[in-house]
Design a protein around this ligand. Structure first.
Ligand code: C5P
Length: 211
């Protein structure tokens, strides 16, 4: 049985995580959330008081590391960590480090497993030859509403207009950066995730059945 890779890209709070988890459970794919890798790095920088404006300091930490955790945790989901992750993600050496980990992860994981990986550049850069590429499309307002609810549910203080502003800013950063900007990958199917999840899952299952 050959390995199958599905990539799920899209902007902040577009529901990539929920969609990938759904695919993982329904179709028995192993899920890797690449955003968590950036968030775990961001957490390390925060804990070590690294000056994020100093490329030299960031490089020093990266050069010392040979792996990164892909474990999820609530502490990685804060707005502070989101901002730091987005800031460090502009550096190509940071991206190289994370991309190397992702490729190794797929190679070394159980031979016959299939993978669903979500992020910003998965279909466009990291796994260009994936079997199925999805790009998740949701309006800014819907994303901000969902993100606001998520933060409140996590017990974080949150103000909707601020969340909308932060989402717009993060989109701008992710789309405008020189290295691996967020784009619709070549050959990707655009999934409309504005309405019900049932509608989203119907669009996706139809495509997976055709792999
Ligand atoms: O997807 P998530 O919101 O967890 O990602 C956090 C940040 O990490 C993003 O805003 C983006 O700047 C960066 N990221 C990236 N490439 C990926 C995944 C995440 O640049 N493949």
């Amino acid at each position: 049985m050959k390995k199958i890779i599905i990539t799920v890209d899209g902007p902040a709070a577009s529901g990539k995580g929920k969609i990938s988890k759904y695919i993982s459970r329904k179709w028995n794919y192993k899920h890797l959330d690449s955003g968590i890798l950036y968030r775990n790095l961001a957490y390390i920088f925060l804990q070590n008081g690294i000056n994020l404006n100093s490329t030299k300091e960031i490089k020093k930490i990266i050069n010392k590391k040979n792996t990164i955790s892909y474990r999820k945790s609530k502490k990685l989901r804060t707005e502070k960590i989101s901002k730091i992750a987005s800031k460090i993600a502009v550096h190509q050496f940071v991206r190289n480090f994370i991309n190397k980990f992702q490729r190794k992860f797929i190679k070394s994981n159980l031979k016959n497993r299939h993978f669903v990986i979500d992020g910003r550049d998965i279909g466009s850069v990291v796994f260009k030859n994936a079997n199925l590429k999805l790009y998740i499309d949701v309006s800014e307002k819907n994303r901000a509403k969902r993100r606001y609810k998520q933060l409140i549910d996590n017990g974080e203080k949150s103000i909707y207009p601020q969340i909308l502003k932060d989402i717009k800013l993060r989109d701008k950063k992710d789309k405008a950066r020189k290295n691996s900007p967020l784009v619709i990958p070549k050959g990707a199917f655009i999934i409309d995730n504005n309405s019900s999840f049932r509608n989203t899952s119907l669009q996706i299952n139809k495509l997976i059945k055709k792999i």
